[in-house]
Design a protein around this ligand. Structure first.
Ligand code: SF4
Length: 562
């Protein structure tokens, strides 16, 4: 029997761990079975995708249906049933019910839950080619649970080559957020630490670029999280590890360890969702901003872990005003990346059942994004959405860290700032075309032109521009300073033959040639986090990057005597 196991991923770099679990379970239960893992992307040309899936006359096609591929999966199944009369189809994944509800065909079977917990009849029926309409498996409901390692050595050379490796050390989630499918599952399972370590040994032997832990709350047991982190750090791998973290489960031991982590080894995704207490209560998320804020700020201090934090737009009891406050609170927490996603009314979640109560209006088809509710009308929702898009373009990069820091420290209403910036994006069409760093500088400067602190903001933007490694200034950042080349030529004559810690006499010429120099005010440098002792300071931007999350160019403040 020939079975193709199919995942249609959002991007080529993603992989689908479910297929590997499924392959192992099928080959273990059914002797002589022939399986093939097939990973495609939602952007593949449709007709070619259809032909590739149908090729080789498989007996069964197993699809993994998730929110981003369920429409496409349904369309493919409809055509495959016509194209290949003998093919039978099994649909699993969180959207299995939704996809299968579109087919009244005995050749389509719906599998709800996890294959590791499949009812015994499933494999027997599959072997007899007599699958029923639906089956179920509830992993967390099993008495004797084990989570086998899903990968084989060959997988790293084939299905996982140039893709992120997904790994789970635990299943289930200790929280019950009403908008999340994981909240419907009760209980948690943690793999034995020894097994996790040997799984990691195997993964690291293949030196993948990225490993994404898919544990829903990786640090639900702090000591266990530290043990796994330490194990990884001791291996000193050239791999980035991604973890989903709850901000209320941090211990001093965790902070102490995390300060020692090399930049580029870990990145954390932290769900904040909102800072409005009424909303947090309504969605059953018992983590308040008073807990999350200090944790994120403390992690940010060491600049060694990339911090990605999420807000959700469209939640119950969140007004436009409270959401704007959530944005301001989020900036004050200082993550590196702020994602503002729309609430999705996923089938099977509690919040979907509360849609009428909360006046939630959402897209009829996946991903079921909300466009209005009792507290925020469609126009307000759209305005807040564009603020999120503007933040995505301007903040979620390394272009302007000193500017954001300045706005936070001076108590700026950041949501209002981005409302005005989003207006400019609209006027000039930058939500529909790509904006370069230079264009973003211009849009920001145009937005702040009427302000009293315009000159300081322009200096901060100039400082950030040079820290990104540029060797020239765009027109909008030229404001009467000496041209960079002229300043450099002058420094060949002015600088001493050697400066302790910067260059020796032998290095002098090359040092000046490879560096960029610019003078900044004391206020600007202080706002950017430096401590100059002169009113005007010459700053040297090295041709060398810091070992930190943003990998900005290193700088040195030169004294007048230098
Ligand atoms: S913490 Fe995350 S995974 Fe857990 S229920 Fe909430 S949203 Fe879902």
């Amino acid at each position: 029997m020939k079975i193709k196991l199919i995942a249609i991923n959002a991007r080529y770099s993603h992989s689908s761990p479910a297929l590997f679990y499924l392959r192992n379970a099928l080959e273990h239960k059914i002797a002589g079975i022939e399986t093939e893992i097939c990973q495609y992307t939602i952007n593949d040309p449709y007709y070619i995708l259809l032909q590739r899936i149908a090729s080789g006359s498989p007996d069964y096609l197993f699809f993994s249906a998730v929110i981003w591929n369920s429409d496409l999966t349904g369309r493919l199944i409809e055509d495959l049933l016509v194209r290949s009369e003998r093919v039978r189809i099994v649909v699993g994944g969180p959207q299995a019910d939704v996809v299968c509800s579109g087919f009244d065909d005995s050749r389509v079977t719906c599998f709800n839950g996890e294959i590791e917990a499949a009812e015994g009849a499933f494999f027997t029926d599959l072997q007899r080619r007599s699958l029923k309409k639906s089956y179920r498996g509830t992993f967390l409901g099993l008495r004797d649970k084990t989570l086998p390692y899903p990968y084989r050595p060959d997988d790293f050379l084939t299905h996982l080559a140039n893709r992120a490796v997904y790994y789970e050390s635990s299943r289930g989630c200790p929280f019950f957020c009403t908008y999340c499918l994981s909240s419907a599952e009760k209980g948690m399972y943690h793999k034995e630490l020894g097994d996790v370590f040997s799984d990691l040994d195997d993964i690291l032997a293949h030196s993948p670029q990225t490993v994404r832990f898919i544990d829903r709350t990786f640090n639900d047991i702090p000591a266990r999280a530290v043990a796994i982190w330490k194990y990884i750090q001791d291996k000193n791998p050239d791999t980035l590890f991604h973890f989903e973290i709850a901000p209320d489960r941090f211990s001093d031991e965790m902070f102490a360890f995390l300060e020692t982590v090399s930049p580029g080894l870990f990145q954390f995704e932290i769900g904040i969702q909102t800072t409005n207490p009424d909303t947090l209560a309504a969605i059953r998320r018992p983590i308040d901003a008073g807990t999350a804020g200090p944790v994120i700020r403390r992690l940010r201090n060491t600049e060694n872990i990339h911090l990605h934090a999420d807000l959700i737009l469209g939640l119950p009891f969140e007004t436009a005003a409270t959401f704007r406050r959530s944005i301001n609170d989020m900036f004050a927490m200082q993550p590196h990346y702020i994602q503002m996603g729309l609430l999705k009314l996923l089938p099977g979640t509690q919040i979907r059942q509360q849609a009428a109560e909360f006046g939630l209006q959402a897209e009829a088809r996946p991903p079921y994004a909300v466009f209005a509710n009792r507290w925020v009308n469609a126009e307000q929702m759209a305005e807040l959405f564009w603020i999120g898009e503007c933040i995505e373009q301007c903040v979620n990069n390394r272009y302007f860290p000193s500017l954001w820091r300045y706005l936070v420290e001076t108590g700026e209403d950041i949501a209002a700032f981005f409302t005005s910036l989003a207006g400019r994006f609209h006027e000039q069409g930058y939500f529909w075309k790509a904006a370069t760093q230079k264009t973003l500088c211009r849009l920001l400067l145009e937005t702040v032109t009427p302000r009293d602190d315009f000159a300081l903001i322009r200096e901060l933007i100039c400082f950030d521009w040079l820290r990104c490694g540029h060797r020239y200034l765009p027109d909008q950042l030229v404001y009467g300073q000496r041209p960079l080349d002229e300043l450099r030529r002058d420094l060949y004559h002015r600088l001493p033959q050697e400066i302790d810690g910067l260059f020796t006499a032998a290095q002098r010429k090359n040092f000046i040639k490879s560096s960029v120099f610019h003078e900044f005010s004391k206020t600007c440098l202080e706002r950017a986090g430096w401590r100059p002792d002169q009113e005007r300071t010459l700053v040297c931007f090295h041709n060398d990057r810091e070992d930190s999350v943003f990998r900005l160019n290193k700088i040195a403040l030169l004294k007048n005597t230098d």
